[in-house]
Design a protein around this ligand. Sequence first.
Ligand SMILES: Nc1ncnc2c1ncn2[C@@H]1O[C@H](COP(=O)(O)OP(=O)(O)OP(=O)(O)O)[C@@H](O)[C@H]1O
Length: 321
Amino acid sequence: MTADCAITTEGLRKTYPGVRRRVAVDRLDLRVPVGGVHGFLGPNGSGKTTTIRMLLGLIRPDEGEIRIFGRPVPAELPDVIGRVGAIVESPKFFPNFTGRQNLELLAGAIGARRRRVRHVIAQAGLADRADDRFGTYSLGMKQRLAIAATLLKEPDLLIFDEPTNGLDPAGIHEIRTTMRRLADEGHTVLVSSHILGEVEQIADTVSIIGRGRLIATGAVSDIIGQRAVTVRVVVPEPDTALPVLARAGLTARVDEGALLLDGADDPACVNRLLAEHGIYAAELGVVRVGLESVFLELTQEVELGRPRRRDRRPSTQAGAA
Ligand SMILES: Nc1ncnc2c1ncn2[C@@H]1O[C@H](COP(=O)(O)OP(=O)(O)OP(=O)(O)O)[C@@H](O)[C@H]1O
């Protein structure tokens, strides 16, 4: 079941005490395959950090099971934690020490080999600035030093919680390139984000959550799936067109005055169909959607409490209802 997974969770649940008991993670089943970048996506407050903290044994789940490389967590975490490197909060470094000195200090503290330092500096793309003081680093460089620190103990699995938060576009690009390179070198990278455009470009697979629940998971191309191509049509009276389209088996979404027909790929057919019913399109074309718009649509449905329809889910796996 889990042999090819770096991380699995089954029915994971966590509530926080409060005036209204808050369910942060709700029966979450995750599958993070070994190798590649897995994007862990969801809007703010959807439960990503809570999940990651449970994976790392920092907080205990109320219910459910976690396995990392097949070992139950937290019960056997000490046996597997050596294979895991993580950045959950901003790590603390000494501002007056250079990047290299900070890493040497850390290597000594965790019993990593000293000669790893030079290697991880190169892996994190910091060779040019390793001998500058940490205090002079940009946010992106600080984050790359944090990544270098996680690599000291030669982990197989890297877990990064929103590693690009607060970075400018150049810093985001650097971190993204670094994560992709680490995956290409054979690490498994789990990266959480609420900025989908970034993850779409580097992730091999993704899990999308909303309100602590899994909404969709699988290969990025599968999640975008048939929505990759959508016919967009503008008609004078959408209310007249909608039943005509529905009878032809086309599901339309209204978007800024236009109708978007997911899964339809031939505008000429749509045009003919509408014209046969006396409806003439003012605009007609094909649009390509990215993960961002799929994500927004999926998570908005959860936020609004609308039931998720089976046919709206990606084919690979679907989350708990
Ligand atoms: N220590 C805590 N005590 C009470 N509620 C908490 C605590 N930590 C998180 N929560 C709540 O749990 C829910 C999930 O939060 P979490 O930080 O896991 O989400 P997230 O997806 O990581 O969000 P973000 O992208 O904003 O970091 C939110 O409603 C949050 O307010």
